[in-house]
Ligand binder design. Sequence first.
Ligand SMILES: [Zn+2]
Length: 152
Amino acid sequence: MNRKTAKRFLLLHIAAVAAALLFPLYARFADFLSFGLPKCLLHDVFYVYCPLCGGTRAVEALLRLNLTDALRCNALVVAALPFALVFYLRAWRRLLRGESSLWRAPAWVWIAAVSVMVLFGVARNVLMIGFGIDPLGDLWPVWNGSPRACAY
Ligand SMILES: [Zn+2]
């Protein structure tokens, strides 16, 4: 086992545990922690969703074991979980085999991941703007011209 790689892998786990422990704090105080800056430029300035909009709420729902709510907030985050698990288990296997590059993946994997993200982002905005389908519910009032739009 490569000591340097194992050390980095251990540090990654420490960071992940710290992030998991701090996540409830972040989720609760996200507005305060953004210091008045837009949390998402596409959402706050252009009134469209980026592929990650609702991701924090989806993770929060997953931590409450509420899969329906997580899917409503951001289906991409939920759909990515099995792939992330496979990626993580592959990293463990590589570490145990003594390989130095734990996270390496063929280029097509990254291209497919980015393509899916872009398609998801386009699809959720087409559904919202074109058909009024907005499971997250943040932006449809803006496009619908309802009085609630004034809040944004
Ligand atoms: Zn966003």
